[in-house]
Design a protein around this ligand. Sequence first.
Ligand code: HEM
Length: 512
Amino acid sequence: LLLRDRLKQKSKLPLPPGPKKYPFIGNMLSIPQTLEWETYARWGRECSDIIYLEGPGLSLIVLNSVKSVTDLLGERSAIYSSRPRATMVNEFMGLSWLMSSLPYGKLWMERRRIFHQRFHPSDSAVYRPRQLAHVHKMLLQLVETPQEFMDHIKYMNGGLTLSLAYGIRVLPKNDPFITLSERVSESLQSLLGNPRTFLADSIPLFSYILEYLAGANRMATERRLLAARLRDAPFAAAQKDIADGVATPSFVSRCLENLVEWEGDDKSGYEIIKDTAGVFFLAGSGSTSAALYTIILALLQFSDVQAKAQKELDEVVGRDRLPDLCDEASLPYLSAVIKEAFRQEQFFFSHALPVAPIALPHSLTREDEYEGYRIPAHSIVIGNAWAMLHNEADYPNPELFRPERFLKGGKLDNDVRDPIALSFGFGRRACPGSHIALSTVWLTTASILSAFTITKPVDNDGKVIEPSMEYLSAVTSQPLPFKCDISPRHPGVKGLIRAAIDSDGDGEGMPT
Ligand code: HEM
C-alpha cells in the first residue's frame, strides 16, 4: 500500500523537513507524547516553520507560523478543511454526528450553515439579554458561596448554551442536561485534540479492528448511549415545550419554525437541527469556562493588573451599576488584559495547557505543493497556535504577562497581532461560536472585576495558599481546581446584583 501511494504521488518535490526518520516506522518514535506543541515549535526553530512527520500510512504536517497557517489553512481552505478519520471518537464514543468531527462535505456544510444563520455575529440582540441574565445570576451565587466559583462559572455557561440552543431553563442545581454534557465532554477531552488519537486510523486494518472492538466493548457502549442521550434528550425536551406552548425562543424553535424552507425531506432537516444544537451545547460550555478559569487565575497571580482594571472600571462604569457589553469599547485596559490572558494562556503557564494549543487537526483532501515542498494528500495538518503566540517578533519578552503590550496612547494598538485571532482555529473550520464565547468571557470578567476582589486565601497558620498552576491536559484544557477568596468590593454589591437580576427577568422575556 505504501508503495502504491508513493507511485501515485504526482509531484517529485521533496517533503518538508522534519526529525530523523527510521525505515518502516518513520518518526513513530519521535512523535512527542506530551507538550507536543513545544517540541514542534523547537523543531520549527531548528529547521523550518513547516515540519513533516510520518509513520506507516500517516503523514503529519505542523505549521508553526502565522504565514504558513494563513497561506494553507486560510487561503487554500478549500482543500485543507477536512478532519482526519477518528474511529476512537466516532465509534468508541458515538460522536460521528458532531460537526467538529465531520469531514469536509455536504453534511458538515449543512450544519455549519444553519449555525451561522441562527447565530450570526450581527445577531447579538438574540443572545445578549440571556448572557446578562446568566452572568448576573452567577454573580449572586458568587456573593453567597464564593468558594464554589468554578462550579458557578461552569453552571452559568452550561445554562446559557442550553437556553440559547434549546430554550431550556436550567434547574437551580444538579441539572441533568448539564451533568450529561459534562460526562460526554470529559470522555471526549483527552481524545479529540491529540494527533495520536488518529494514528490507529492511518492503517485501515487497525481502524476496522477498532470498529469491531468498539461494537463489543462495554465501556464504548455506555459512552455511545451517553452521546446519543446528549443529542436526543434536550432536543426532545425543547420539542415538548414547543408542543405545550411554553417554549422560549431558541435555536431549535427558530429552526423548527422554518423547517418548511429546508431542502430535502423533513427527516434530514430534523437531523441537521438536532446535530447542530448538540454540538452548540457540547462545544460551547466547557471551552468558555476553561478560558474564564485561566483569566481568574491570571488576575489572582497579578494583583497589580487586577487593581488597574478595577480602576478603569470604576472610572467608566462607576459603582452604581454593573458593566454591560456596550462598555467594552470604553475599557481598553480590560480588553488588553483579556487578550494577554488568551496569549499568556498559551505561554506563561508553559507547562500547562492552553484552551486549544494546536486547535483541532485539519486534514488535506488532495496533494498540494508549498514553498518548494510536496504536501501529501490526506495529511493531518496542525496549526501550532502555541508556537505563534511564543513568537518574539510579535510579542517581545513573551514570558511576561504584560497587557500594556496591546496598548498605545491609552487605546488598543491595532498594530500588535491579536492573540484572539489565533486562539479559535483557522480557515473554514475556525470556531463558529467565537463571538458568543468572547462576549461571554468579556462580560463575565468585567462583571466579576467590577463587583469583587480576587485574592489568594490564607491557611489557619496565616500562610498564603499559592495556586498550583497545574492544568488538566485535554482538548479544552483548564487549570486544575484552585482556591481563591472572592469578596465584594463595596457594601452595595449585593443590591446592585439583585436589581440587575430583577430588571433582566430570566433573559427570555419572562420574570424570574
Ligand atoms: C473560549 C472559548 C472557545 C475556544 C477557545 C474555542 C476554540 C475552538 C477551536 C480552536 C476550534 C477548532 C478550529 C479549527 O479546527 O481550526 C473550535 C471549533 C469549534 N467550536 Fe469553539 N471555542 C470556544 C467556544 C465555543 C463556543 C461558545 C461554541 C458554540 C457556541 C463553539 C463551537 C465550536 C464548534 C461547533 C466547532 C467545530 C467547527 C468545525 O469543525 O467546523 N466554540 N473552537
